[in-house]
Design a protein around this ligand. Structure first.
Ligand SMILES: *[C@@H]1O[C@H](CO)[C@@H](O)[C@H](O)[C@H]1NC(C)=O
Ligand SMILES: *[C@@H]1O[C@H](CO)[C@@H](O)[C@H](O)[C@H]1NC(C)=O
Ligand SMILES: *[C@@H]1O[C@H](CO)[C@@H](O)[C@H](O)[C@H]1NC(C)=O
Ligand SMILES: *[C@@H]1O[C@H](CO)[C@@H](O)[C@H](O)[C@H]1NC(C)=O
Ligand SMILES: *[C@@H]1O[C@H](CO)[C@@H](O)[C@H](O)[C@H]1NC(C)=O
Length: 254
């Protein structure tokens, strides 16, 4: 009785196995490999996201791609995506955005400045559209610390629209190209021109507010900008200081 059961079950199992192997043999040979696949394919998926590929697929970013490649920022991005837990956000200007720049704009930049221009469009954090609403300005971009005022980038939102300003360029996010939790690519319709590279340079007035602070720190360095009266005062102070130092040195050695 029991043996009979065992036998029936066994033959049923054998049938199942035989059936399985014949059907899979007829298949495209992919099925039997399935259990091994995750192990064999493992090295491929963890590779960092290829930004160039994403932009190529999206179309209308050929000029940005060219810049990303020629400045080697594309490679930097790959490495950073691979090594960062914070992710990355790229504001991608379209081809139209680049062609609406004043002609010769890109050519007027040095290689280093081109790198800065591209890096100015990259924020070293993954930003979702809802994070735009609570972001604190100015943002830090890859071009440098915004704290020194050279590369400020501000984001403000009204309803669903996300405005971006560099101080020279006002634009807004016009589309989401890609997001995967690590990398976000947003389309913008103007190239963000950082103050550091494109600010009009009227001679002295700009640094003026900082002068009063700097004066104490380095009297000598600032003296060319001072009025003659200031200059003589500065010189007097300098002389007194020198005299003081000489006196002290003298006192030590005599
Ligand atoms: C990224 O994609 C581009 C375009 O598809 C390709 O030329 C490049 O070799 C890729 N880079 C890497 C590191 O896979
Ligand atoms: C990604 O990072 C891992 C470990 O940090 C490293 O072994 C690998 O070469 C990196 N890949 C790329 C494409 O940078
Ligand atoms: C965003 O820009 C639009 C026009 O470009 C403007 O009307 C709107 O007031 C701006 N919103 C914010 C929050 O700056
Ligand atoms: C960016 O935001 C900071 C902080 O709110 C502000 O001080 C600065 O003037 C803003 N810059 C621009 C270009 O909007
Ligand atoms: C950008 O927007 C600010 C505030 O809305 C405005 O003061 C400034 O003139 C605008 N700049 C340009 C270049 O449109």
């Amino acid at each position: 009785m029991k043996l009979q059961y065992v036998f029936t079950i066994l033959s049923f199992l054998i049938l199942l196995v035989l059936h399985g192997s014949t059907t899979s043999a007829q298949g495209p040979a992919a099925a039997p490999a399935a259990p091994i696949a995750p192990v064999a394919a493992a090295p491929a998926p963890p590779g960092p996201t290829n930004v160039t590929k994403i932009l190529e697929k999206a179309g209308q970013f050929t000029l940005l791609i060219r810049l990303l490649k020629s400045t080697q920022v594309a490679d930097q991005l790959l490495g950073q995506l691979n090594n960062s837990n914070n992710g990355m956000t790229l504001f991608a200007p379209t081809d139209n955005a680049f062609s609406s720049l004043k002609s010769g704009t890109l050519n007027s930049l040095s290689d280093e400045q081109k790198v800065e221009l591209v890096q100015f469009h990259i924020v070293p954090t993954y930003l979702t559209s809802s994070q735009f609403q609570t972001i604190s300005n100015p943002l830090r971009t890859q071009a440098g610390d915004s704290g020194d005022g050279k590369f400020p980038l501000n984001i403000t939102t009204t309803g669903n629209s996300v405005n971006i300003t560099s101080g020279l360029t006002n634009t807004s996010v016009s589309g989401t190209i890609y997001t995967d939790g690590q990398l976000a690519v947003y389309q913008i319709d103007q190239v963000l021109r950082p103050l550091q590279l494109f600010a009009p340079r009227p001679p002295a007035p700009a640094p003026a507010p900082a002068k009063s602070k700097k004066k104490k720190a380095s009297v000598v360095a600032d003296s060319p900008d001072e009025t003659p009266a200031d200059n003589s005062k500065a010189a007097a102070v300098q002389n007194i200081v020198l005299f003081g130092v000489a006196a002290v040195v003298g006192a030590i050695y005599l």
